[in-house]
Design a protein around this ligand. Structure first.
Ligand code: GDP
Ligand code: ZN
Length: 384
């Protein structure tokens, strides 16, 4: 990123504020892509903190190549306990264009927040499963579908590697998924089939890519964003290493506007759902409950008498497997919620859970200004 370009494009006054999106978070630093000038409001005044749509509508477009700044968070935000997350819409004060740095002064209200991975203002989840290599596993697909349904976000289901299966096989999967209640979109990064359609659906939105590893998510990112690989390849040192840790997440700007977030380490999501919330995550169950009612209003559709959900439909067994997990999750949640719970649940390498005493929280020690500056300089050297 040539920060000098940004200075030429914007020629801002020293008192200007800018709006931007947080693309990635690294320790106490935030990469922010600025998009629109906030100083179109009367000089010296702040834009009103409304919704991002209101602000976007009231601000003119900026440059075609939005500047990227490495930002810190203003002390007042820290005092307020205001966290800054990937996907946040933020106000950046007095950017240092030459150094390519800035300070986040305010975080706009979030429309939503995805906990895992932590991303604010998500518009939709693109769930990718391969038609082949690896074979499409209906149990695993159901697990992802349920978790996304539970988040309440818009879901788009993509079946990748369409070049590896016959038209008949593809049709069979589409028909089967329609029975579940989903429309699937087939594509291939090898032949380019279905790519333009997906790109159109991503334009202008913040989309999260989910799915098991090996289904072609990286290939898809590289097809949709030809510069993504170059950019990642160019980053060395701390940021690059950070990219491969499981919790790291970043927004990649799409060429036509909007962002795509990859979700590494999201292979087999643990079910975070209470038993009484699970039925609503299956379109087949929602449909059954629209046309009929179980005898018990709190029916979990398991062994209860006169249940309209239990029956001979394809994913009922998947439902029961996940119901058992949701019951276990609830039991664990209740155990942890007791006020004197001094034990913390840990899962060992064997997958066996055990409990350990909770550690006292670490005392927060403020790093010296010099240490902060050194850390920033090191980060910068790594990026050069
Ligand atoms: P990820 O783990 O989901 O990011 O998957 P990758 O993008 O790394 O792809 C896994 C493998 O599938 C690689 O060998 C890719 O070359 C291959 N692959 C990706 N997309 C396609 C596709 O559309 N067709 C075929 N035949 N192979 C693909
Ligand atoms: Zn029932």
């Amino acid at each position: 990123m040539e920060t000098g370009d940004a200075a030429n494009l914007l020629a801002p006054s020293a008192t200007s504020d800018y709006l931007g999106w947080v693309l990635s978070v690294q320790a106490n630093y935030y990469w922010v892509q600025l998009d629109r000038r906030a100083d179109l409001f009367s000089a010296g005044s702040r834009p009103p903190l409304g919704t991002s749509q209101e602000l976007s509508a009231s601000l003119g477009p900026l440059a075609s190549q939005p500047p990227l700044l490495l930002c810190t968070r203003r002390a007042k935000l820290k005092k307020l306990g205001q966290r800054v997350s990937v996907g946040d819409r933020v106000l950046v004060e007095e950017p240092d264009w030459v150094g390519g740095r800035g300070a986040i002064a305010a975080v706009l209200p979030r429309r939503n927040f995805l906990e895992r991975p932590p991303i604010a203002n998500v518009d939709q989840v693109i769930l990718v499963f391969a038609l082949k290599e690896p074979d499409l596993d209906s149990q695993q697909l159901t697990r992802f579908l349920v978790q996304i349904e539970h988040s309440g976000l818009v879901l788009r289901l993509v079946l990748s590697k369409s070049d590896l299966v016959s038209l008949a096989e593809r049709q069979a999967w589409s028909d089967r998924l329609r029975q579940w209640g989903y429309m699937a979109h087939c594509l291939s990064t090898q032949t380019g089939e279905g790519i333009a359609t997906l790109l159109a659906e991503l334009q202008g939105y913040t989309s999260v890519l989910a799915g098991p590893s090996g289904v072609g998510k990286s290939s898809l990112i590289n097809t949709l964003i030809p510069t993504a690989g170059l950019r990642v390849g160019a980053v060395s040192g701390k940021l690059a290493r950070g990219r491969h840790t499981t919790r790291h997440v970043e927004l990649l700007p799409l060429p036509q506007g909007g962002f795509l977030a990859d979700t590494p380490g999201f292979n087999q999501p643990d079910l975070i759902c209470f038993p009484n919330e699970l039925a609503a995550c299956f379109p087949e169950i929602r449909q059954r409950l629209q046309t009929g009612a179980c005898q018990f209003t709190d029916c979990l559709h398991d062994e209860e008498p006169n249940c309209v959900v239990r029956g001979d439909w394809e994913r009922y067994e998947h439902y029961r497997v996940l119901l058992a997990e949701a019951i276990a999750y609830e039991a664990e949640f209740n155990q942890q919620a007791t006020p004197d719970a001094q034990l913390k649940r840990r899962t060992g390498q064997s997958g066996q859970a055990h409990y350990e005493p909770r550690l006292a929280p670490k005392k927060y020690r403020r790093p010296s200004r010099r240490a902060q500056q050194q850390a920033l300089d090191t980060l910068y050297q790594d990026l050069d």
